[in-house]
Unconditional design. Sequence first.
Length: 231
Amino acid sequence: MEHFLRPEWTDSEGRELVISPRAVHIWQIRPSNVFLRYLTSAEALRHEGIANEEVKQSYGCSQGGLRKIVSLYRECFPKSVEIRRQTRGKPYVVGGPEFNLTHTAGRIFAALASQPVGLDAESARRNVRALALARKFFHARESAGLESLGDREKAVTFLRYWVCKEATVKLSGDGIYHGLRYAQVDLASDGRSRGRYKGRNVWLREFQPAEGLLAALASWEPLEMKSFFQV
């Protein structure tokens, strides 16, 4: 993982935001109550009903922050951005841009592109039953490869598989429940991994968005992470 990309986050203020066809912009949404003003009435009601303060803040910032980011590309007011959902829950905006959102360990990240993308991030410090979970959810070849590894390497490799697989099913729009068993991954030492999903090739880019975190971006066509913004 020492060779994986580690972004330097840049404030988006005053920048002209245009996504080229083969590029993806990665965003970090910093905690702020400002984003609550961009929630719809239904989102605000749901926000108020969340008892857990950490979950409440994450929900408000992720929904409002995402609407703010999309508005910067569409050059409109954040509250005018209508976020819809596909049959199995993947959010989208009619007319683009394409996007995907992930949050973990108090951090929120989003990927914006001109084609469908999936994004997942997880804490590298998570305690997981790597082999038990791999034998249950992974392809036999993937779980077999974990068995010969030491405990620490096994945990990290499992996590790499997991973020790549979750990014893949988020790309597909099928979600974990319907899609995890179809996501297969070939890990590469430099994080430029490959995958397959229901007969389609998947391009994967692993990176470290913050200390102690590992993330993966998934796309149907090759994309390069060109810019890293924060809002």
